[in-house]
Design a protein around this ligand. Structure first.
Ligand code: BGC
Length: 418
């Protein structure tokens, strides 16, 4: 097979400057946040712990943690807000060349019209610390958490939030104009499904109208943020972190095939289609292969994570190809990983994922980065702390970091690519 023009040498399927690294988000690791999620956690921790006690499908090694109501309060999290520099030392030691993180909107604009310049400086320091260690920053502007005042005014269901978000984007894009890679919004489809249909996350409203309207508002917010960032730095590359699923039919019949086409269009493409002309690359997070049996998902589940999610590493490369074929824009894997407290599957999973990306690249897809979820163990939203996604383990009592074996395997893969 002939090599695609965007790859760097005869041996490596990855283009020069390929980003190897990991991701985090502010609320999940920083600690001491005050936003709509912290309010929701206080109101729901007891209920979530009680539900976990009734859940027989939790693996035995996570039960004690999941049954404790404190598991559901983000609190000090991984204290990354104070420990970012030493955490980035570890990332650099692990051979990473990039780090995705998010800026916490509620820190920057805690009250309407009030910009906290100290918090702006904090994130400037975060960016400088990454650069000093040779890590390319990939900045997310919104990863699921709203300032309380924005939530009180209706959050993403209210079109005024578009303007509030743009104000925040203006502040940040002017403060760190040297950023090359921006992600405006993380997984709008997942957010709206959990917040407005399933009642699993704030705002917990369950209205189809707001499910739809929140996504339309986020699409408009992205389009406007794109222009704001480009005005501040024309060379910046701007995208979103979408949620991409690999759908296949469970049977060779017209119903399952139809379900695959419709699900793929709705989950993978509908939102991104609204951003055409306002994206420089396609960022996507990959966790799921859905084998459609009509509109039910029936997976093989040969290997599953601690959360019961099927591990299907080949799906990553497949979705890269789907995005490349549809949009012909560079593709970045902005998240991919597994909850695996015992680090039993992570090395195998990572190795297979990277093979699948290499195969997609050989087939012609232009892929520019792979960012594993996550650098650190973190607060997994309504599941709290028990799911362990980190390349680096966090002891939440002492805040001690321990590098997992799989992180060393990832380091060796990265090294072998240079
Ligand atoms: C989100 C992360 C989350 C991860 C694992 C993605 O949906 O962007 O915040 O921790 O998946 O569930």
């Amino acid at each position: 097979m002939t090599k695609p023009a965007h790859t760097n040498s005869a041996d490596s399927p990855f283009p020069a400057g390929f980003l190897w690294g990991a991701s985090t988000s502010s609320h999940q690791v920083e600690g001491d946040n005050h936003n709509d999620w912290t309010v929701w956690e206080e109101a729901n921790a007891q209920r979530l712990a009680a539900a976990a006690q009734q859940n027989p499908s939790l693996p035995p090694h996570v039960r004690a943690a999941a049954h404790d109501p404190r598991n559901y309060i983000s609190g000090a999290a991984a204290d990354h807000y104070h420990r970012f520099a030493t955490d980035f030392d570890l990332a650099a030691e692990l051979g990473h060349t990039a780090q995705r993180f998010s800026i916490e909107w509620s820190r920057i604009i805690p009250e309407p019209g009030e910009i906290d310049m100290q918090e702006v400086s904090h994130y400037q320091e975060v960016v400088a610390a990454l650069r000093q260690r040779g890590l390319e920053p990939v900045v997310t502007l919104w990863h699921f958490t709203l300032p309380k005042w924005v939530a009180a005014r209706g959050g993403w269901a209210n079109a005024r939030t578009i303007e509030y978000f743009c104000e925040y984007v203006r502040v940040i894009s002017a403060a760190i104009p040297e950023i090359k890679f921006w992600l405006t919004i993380n997984e709008p489809n997942i957010y709206s499904t959990h917040g407005y249909l399933l009642n699993k996350w704030p705002p917990g409203q369950r209205t189809f109208f707001n499910y739809f309207r929140s996504q339309m508002n986020m699409a408009e917010a992205h389009r406007r943020a794109y222009k704001i960032i480009k005005l501040a730095s024309p060379m910046a590359q701007v995208g979103i972190a979408h949620n991409g699923v690999y759908f296949i039919p469970s049977r060779n019949n017209v119903f399952d095939k139809f379900a695959v086409r419709l699900s793929r269009w709705w989950n993978n493409f509908w939102f991104l289609d609204r951003l055409q002309g306002h994206q420089d690359f396609i960022g996507f997070n990959f966790y799921f292969r859905n084998r459609m049996h009509g509109f039910q998902v029936r997976n093989m589940n040969e290997r599953v994570s601690d959360m019961g999610w099927e591990l299907y590493p080949e799906g990553v490369g497949r979705v890269c190809l789907e995005y490349w074929d549809r949009y012909h824009l560079p593709v970045m894997v902005t998240e991919n990983g597994l909850a695996d407290a015992n680090d039993a599957h992570r090395e195998w999973y990572l190795t297979e994922v990277i093979k699948s990306i290499a195969a997609a690249s050989h087939s012609g897809a232009h892929i520019i980065g792979y960012l594993h979820w996550s650098l650190l163990d973190n607060f997994e939203w309504a599941e709290g702390f028990w799911p362990r996604f980190g390349l680096i383990e966090v002891d939440y009592t002492t805040q001690k970091r321990t590098i997992r074996k799989s992180a060393l395997a990832y380091r060796d893969i990265i090294k072998s690519m240079h």
